[in-house]
Design a binder for this molecule. Structure first.
Ligand SMILES: Cc1cc2nc3c(=O)[nH]c(=O)nc-3n(C[C@H](O)[C@H](O)[C@H](O)COP(=O)(O)O)c2cc1C
Length: 229
């Protein structure tokens, strides 16, 4: 899988820019997956880790902008939000500050190409607790084959996978922190991720499956996660 960044439209950000002929700055619209300079949630992480059952699946669906259209009971319980607080909100509601931006860039680039992605994600619950997931995110298609939204199924990740992912994400975050502009931060951490994968002689998919367990093939693991197509 390629990790190359797809250039974004220059006007799709939240920076306030003076409008020609207008007296005051105006917030520009941000494309989904376009990284913002400010975190969208004010929830403060408590450092408390929340787990969920090995037999449970956390499910959400979104529209094309990444706004929640469906959340199952497991998601609502683990994320500590009532359904009415979540539906219609951007998925970044549960973004944890320890998630590297480059992983979300990879997620959105992959979805926009009509492909699925597996990713380890740490999420921030409404009460400040955090929880790790192995997510399988796919485009959802309508009867005519066009993409009408996105779907994510998440399972509890193994301790051995997290033992590798936590320090990797910490290195990516550290790299991102060296850059003031989000775009520079993503470019730099994407290069670092590519370098780390190259060192291991793996592409992103193979790396993920090496963590999930070498005996599991991608289709078998996909079945274990539950098809999100
Ligand atoms: C189907 C789907 C599921 C997503 N699940 C999560 C999630 O569990 N946690 C998360 O932080 N972002 C998730 N995202 C990505 C968010 O849309 C967003 O890109 C991310 O939180 C980064 O937000 P930011 O760019 O505003 O920082 C998901 C996106 C889609 C389309």
């Amino acid at each position: 899988m390629s990790l190359k960044s797809v250039p974004r439209p220059a006007d799709a950000d939240l920076e306030a820019r003076p409008r020609e002929g207008a007296g005051r700055p105006r917030a520009r619209r941000r494309a989904p997956g376009q990284e913002r300079a400010v975190r969208p949630t004010t929830v403060v992480p408590t450092g408390v880790e929340r787990r969920f059952g090995e037999d449970e699946v956390i499910v959400t669906k979104t529209d094309l902008q990444g706004r929640l259209t469906y959340a199952n009971d497991v998601f609502l319980r683990v994320s500590a939000y009532p359904e009415e607080a979540m539906l219609g909100q951007p998925h970044s509601m549960i973004r944890h500050p320890e998630m590297p931006r480059c992983v979300f860039r990879l997620l959105w680039d992959t979805l926009r190409e009509g492909r699925e992605l597996f990713a380890y994600v740490i999420n921030l619950a409404g009460d400040g607790a955090h929880y790790w997931v192995l997510a399988h995110v796919t485009p959802s298609r309508g009867a005519d084959g066009t993409v009408i939204g996105y779907h994510s199924n998440r399972r509890l990740p193994s301790a051995s996978a997290l033992a590798e992912i936590r320090p990797l994400y910490a290195r990516l975050l550290q790299e991102e922190a060296r850059h003031a502009r989000p775009a520079d931060a993503i470019a730099a951490s994407t290069r670092l991720l590519e370098a780390e994968l190259a060192e291991r002689g793996l592409d992103y998919d193979r790396f993920l499956w090496s963590l999930a367990g070498s005996a599991r093939t991608a289709p078998a693991a996909r079945a274990a996660l539950g098809s999100a197509a």
